[in-house]
Structures are given as structure tokens and as C-alpha cells.
Write a protein that binds this ligand. Structure first.
Ligand SMILES: [Zn+2]
Length: 361
């Protein structure tokens, strides 16, 4: 039997040492048992949290009877390592797989769980697996299906890398295939057919003429995008093609739902067959909630829009506003030279501690 790595009270008291300890427990998606055991043991050792586990997801809750409950969440898995373990430190930087995305963030959450005895809100700490792989394996998705009560709360913070900024909400994404139809014929007698690839020209013209919308919600600017990302067509070099497919990706601001986004695409590509192949809703920033406002007060900086799709959307789908706030630099996530700035870990931990311990108004 392999002993679970021990996260001692000294390590738990220091978010930087804890980041390093978590980074040094290898946990590529699908292989999170050891790190989850270590995190669970640390949460149980705190002695004042109700700790539950589902596979390699751990949930730890305070039950202090506070008027509202907030959620701090982080994934424990990483992308495959790239000769970048164990962690190394050079000056103010800690290098290693997961330092930015997102063991520094998860370390802050675990550090707070272990050291903040009397938060002003009730807090649910969630640590989950398989964020870096397909959605069906995502630990947070499994919780939403099997233990939705764990996600009960009025506001959630995901400690994904944002370089210490508040990134609110997230954009939605939809992929569609726009299809043109023609009639096959021998290329030597092309007037007997109709060329579906030529018809794609009009689809591409609409895309290049498209003026993407920019909207501001709760002070965050969301910039949409509509782009062809793949094109396929053709039968053989002597055949007039009868079919062409243009794959289009629409990134849409969170004031549109998926149905609105699809209706918009039908308008843009009116006259063409359209098939949806993938879709995920965005998330409104929801910064008007009291817990969110208090958090922004403590941070003291304006939030920015999250332009990618993240797990905040899973909270939004359950009616819980959520934002990203983590010490890692997202530009170094998943890279061989992935690293985190050590002062950002300390600053992030301090900000969240101040927010959790400032009496609610
Ligand atoms: Zn991540």
C-alpha cells in the first residue's frame, strides 16, 4: 500500500509550501487518487469541517449557521507532465506541471480550509478531478449529476489561473456545420452538375463580412467571434462536388442563451443547412450578489470578462454566479515552462482570507 503524502500543519499554514507539496504529487487526469487522499486527510485533520468524498472529488463544508454560503473550488489534476516535476524554485518563480493551472489556486483553497476557523460565510471547499479532459469525466460535472446539494451556495470562486485578476462570467461556445448541396457530374461536362464548393464562397463571404458584437455586462466587456475553423468538400479530381461543409465556431457573450445563439446563426446563414455539433452556455458575471460585491471590494480592482469557457458555467447553469480568481498566469498553463509567481500566491491567499474573515454587511 502506498502511503498518502502527508500535508503537515506547517505545510498547510503556508500556501507557497503547500503549492509545492501539491505540485510534487503527480496527478495527471485519471490518476488523482494519491493527491485526493492527501487533500481529504488534511481536511479531516482540520477537525471542524464535514468532509465527503465522491470518487476523487472531496467536499468539505463549514456549518456555522451563517446567512449565506460561498463555494471555493479547484481541480487537482494536471495535463501530462513534460519533464517538469518535481517543482523547482528560481527567484520569485516556482516551476513545474500544475504550478499555474491550478495547484497554486487549489493550494490557497486548502490553506484557507485548514486555517480559517471562523469565516463570515459558510464555506464549501471543493477539490475535483479530471478537469483537463472530456466533460463527462469532469469531477464537478459528476457532482452536479450525483450530489447537486454539494453545489448549494450563493456565489462561487474557481481558483483557475487569472494572474490575480477577477475574471467574471464566461462566454458560451457553439460549433455548427454549414452545409452546401450541389449536383454531381463529370468534370468534363460540368454544366450538368452544380458545384457545392463554389456555393461555400457565399458562406465564407458572410463570415468575413460579419461584424462581431461587443457587449458590456456588470462592467465586463465581452467580445464575440464567429469564425470558420475547418472546411471539407470534394469527391475526386474529375467530379463536380455535391457537398461542402464549413465548420463554424461561435463564441457568444453570456447575455445570449444557447437558443438565442442558434437563432442568430440561423439568421446569419439563412438559406443554408445548419447542424449543431457542440454547444455550451456562457455564464453571466452575476457581480450584483452581496458576496460577490464584498469580494470585489476586498480585491479593489475592476473585474474583466472571461473569454474562454470554464467550469464557472457549470455553477451558472445551477443559478450560482461564479468567477475565476487565481494566482497562476494563464499564458503559462499547460506549457513545459509552466510556473507561478510566488508573491501572487501569497497575495491571493491574503485577499481571500480578508474576504472570508470580514464580517458580512
Ligand atoms: Zn485549470
Amino acid at each position: 500500500m502506498v502511503m498518502a503524502a502527508v500535508l503537515t500543519p506547517e505545510i498547510l499554514a503556508d500556501p507557497v509550501a503547500l503549492t509545492r507539496a501539491l505540485v510534487d504529487i503527480e496527478s495527471v487526469s485519471g490518476d488523482e487518487q494519491e493527491i485526493t487522499d492527501a487533500v481529504e486527510a488534511a481536511l479531516l485533520a482540520a477537525g471542524r469541517l464535514s468532509v465527503s468524498r465522491l470518487g476523487n472529488v472531496v467536499c468539505a463544508r463549514t456549518d456555522l449557521g451563517r446567512p449565506s454560503r460561498v463555494i471555493l473550488a479547484g481541480h487537482l489534476d494536471t495535463v501530462p507532465i513534460a519533464d517538469n516535476l518535481p517543482a523547482t524554485i528560481a527567484g520569485d518563480l516556482m516551476y513545474g506541471c500544475g504550478t499555474s493551472d491550478m495547484k497554486s489556486g487549489s493550494a490557497i483553497a486548502l490553506h484557507l480550509a485548514a486555517t480559517v476557523a471562523e469565516p463570515a460565510f459558510d464555506v464549501t471547499y471543493l477539490f475535483y478531478d479530471c478537469e483537463e479532459v472530456e466533460s463527462e469525466r469532469n469531477g464537478l460535472f459528476k457532482v452536479s449529476q450525483q450530489q447537486p446539494d454539494w453545489l448549494d451556495g450563493s456565489f462561487a470562486i474557481l481558483l483557475e489561473p487569472t494572474h490575480g485578476l477577477v475574471e467574471a462570467g464566461c462566454q458560451g461556445t457553439m460549433r455548427v456545420i454549414v452545409r452546401t448541396h450541389g449536383t454531381r457530374a463529370h468534370a468534363a461536362r460540368s454544366w450538368h452538375g452544380h458545384n457545392a464548393i463554389h456555393d461555400a464562397g457565399e458562406v465564407l463571404r458572410r463570415l468575413s463580412a460579419y461584424q462581431a458584437r461587443q457587449v458590456t455586462i456588470d462592467g465586463c466587456a465581452y467580445r464575440e467571434g464567429l469564425n470558420a475553423v475547418r472546411i471539407a468538400g470534394g469527391v475526386a479530381s474529375n467530379v463536380i462536388p455535391d457537398r461542402c461543409e464549413i465548420e463554424v465556431n461561435f463564441r457568444f457573450a453570456p447575455d445570449r442563451g444557447e437558443a438565442d445563439a442558434l437563432a442568430h446563426l440561423r439568421e446569419v446563414f439563412q438559406g443554408y443547412e445548419l447542424e449543431v455539433t457542440d454547444s455550451a452556455p456562457g455564464a453571466l458575471p452575476g457581480l450584483d450578489r452581496p458576496a460577490a460585491r464584498q469580494f470585489l471590494d476586498v480585491v479593489g480592482e475592476a473585474p474583466v470578462a472571461k473569454l474562454g469557457w470554464t467550469d464557472v458555467s457549470r455553477f451558472a447553469a445551477m443559478g450560482i454566479p461564479a468567477l475565476n480568481f487565481g494566482p497562476g498566469d494563464p499564458n503559462f498553463a499547460h506549457k513545459r515552462d509552466e510556473h507561478v509567481e510566488i508573491p501572487k500566491i501569497r497575495a491571493g491567499a491574503e485577499t481571500l482570507r480578508r474576504w472570508l474573515t470580514t464580517p458580512a454587511d
